[in-house]
Design a protein around this ligand. Structure first.
Ligand SMILES: NC(=O)c1ccc[n+]([C@@H]2O[C@H](COP(=O)([O-])OP(=O)(O)OC[C@H]3O[C@@H](n4cnc5c(N)ncnc54)[C@H](OP(=O)(O)O)[C@@H]3O)[C@@H](O)[C@H]2O)c1
Length: 272
């Protein structure tokens, strides 16, 4: 990828990881377009924002198309896409509301598909591009009481491996970032059933650990710096883990330990 100022699209740029990345990349001189489902809600950020915020719900293919048209009409090209928008639901598998599970997959997986299907033809024409998909350590190990969230990120992992191969000959690079816990709006935005929480001791202890881990999570600036580093690389790797060292090591253990032992350690971590 050519050096210098790039045109970058970051989905979900109003909070947490996406906001940190959008601000840092704009400060570095790139032309950044962020998205939100409701930009008017963030009007008070308007004056301090260093990037343009466009309206898009990634579950809408029409919104994705409109965003791309706007970017091409204003900037003439699109160099980098960061598929960051995401939500999390929690709860036991048997009590998960089916509509909530579908919405989880629609956002975290089909949202990535919608954006990729929209931008790939433009990148093919340019014979250049970089697609960065935000997965999770939960996309490498199934997390208890976050089964549907994990499933959505496992889907992003498999999808990105296939995309990497399909796009390699067209000079479109594909990167997966696997964050551990970061301190963002994700914790407060998580959806779950208060009734199930009241009734289930194991859900209570798992959610307590989840919230505690995220509360002590890494600074989103670390994530933003990684994105900046990847954008500057000629040949980025497919996968980058980012976050607290102990969490990265725990997940790397997965490759060394038998499944039974690894999953027992994970289960014990969540006090189940
Ligand atoms: N925080 C962590 O510990 C952690 C760990 C691993 C992976 N991740 C992943 O990192 C990504 C960012 O998470 P975060 O921690 O920064 O969460 P966050 O603070 O809750 O931010 C989520 C962002 O996604 C946007 N969004 C949600 N649904 C959307 C939709 N349907 N269409 C478009 N935008 C949507 C929100 O924007 P609006 O509300 O303005 O639309 C918001 O800007 C997610 O994919 C998440 O799974 C986070």
């Amino acid at each position: 990828m050519k050096t210098g100022e790039k045109t970058i699209l970051i989905t979900g740029a109003t909070s947490g990881l996406g906001l940190a990345a959008a601000n840092l990349l704009a400060d570095k001189g790139h032309r950044v377009f962020g998205t939100s489902r409701d930009p008017n809600k963030y009007f008070e950020q308007h004056n301090s924002r260093r990037f343009e915020l466009l309206k898009a719900d990634v579950t809408s293919r029409g919104d994705c198309r409109e965003v791309l048209e706007k970017i091409i009409s204003e900037a003439g090209r699109l160099d980098v896409v960061v598929n960051n928008a995401g939500i999390g639901i929690a709860g036991s598998i048997e009590k998960t509301d089916t509509d909530a599970a579908h919405h989880q997959m629609e956002t975290n997986f089909f949202g990535v598909l919608n954006i990729c299907q929209t931008v790939i033809p433009v990148m093919q024409k340019q014979q250049e591009g970089l697609i960065i998909n935000i997965s999770s350590l939960g996309g490498l190990a199934g997390l208890p009481y976050q089964a549907i969230y994990s499933a959505s990120k496992f889907a992003v992992e498999g999808f990105s491996e296939a995309l990497y191969q399909e796009c390699a000959s067209e000079n479109i690079r594909v990167v997966l970032i696997e964050p551990g816990d970061f301190k963002t709006g994700f914790t407060a935005n998580r959806d779950y059933s208060e009734k199930e929480l009241e009734e289930s001791k194991s859900f209570q202890s798992a959610l307590e650990v989840i919230r505690k881990d995220e509360g002590k999570g890494a600074d989103p600036l670390i994530f933003a710096r990684l994105i900046d580093k990847i954008i500057g690389q000629k040949n980025p790797r497919l996968r980058y883990m980012v976050g607290k060292t102990d969490q990265k090591i725990s997940i790397k253990l997965r490759r060394l330990l038998p499944d039974k032992l690894f999953l027992t350690l994970l289960k014990n971590h969540y006090r189940l």
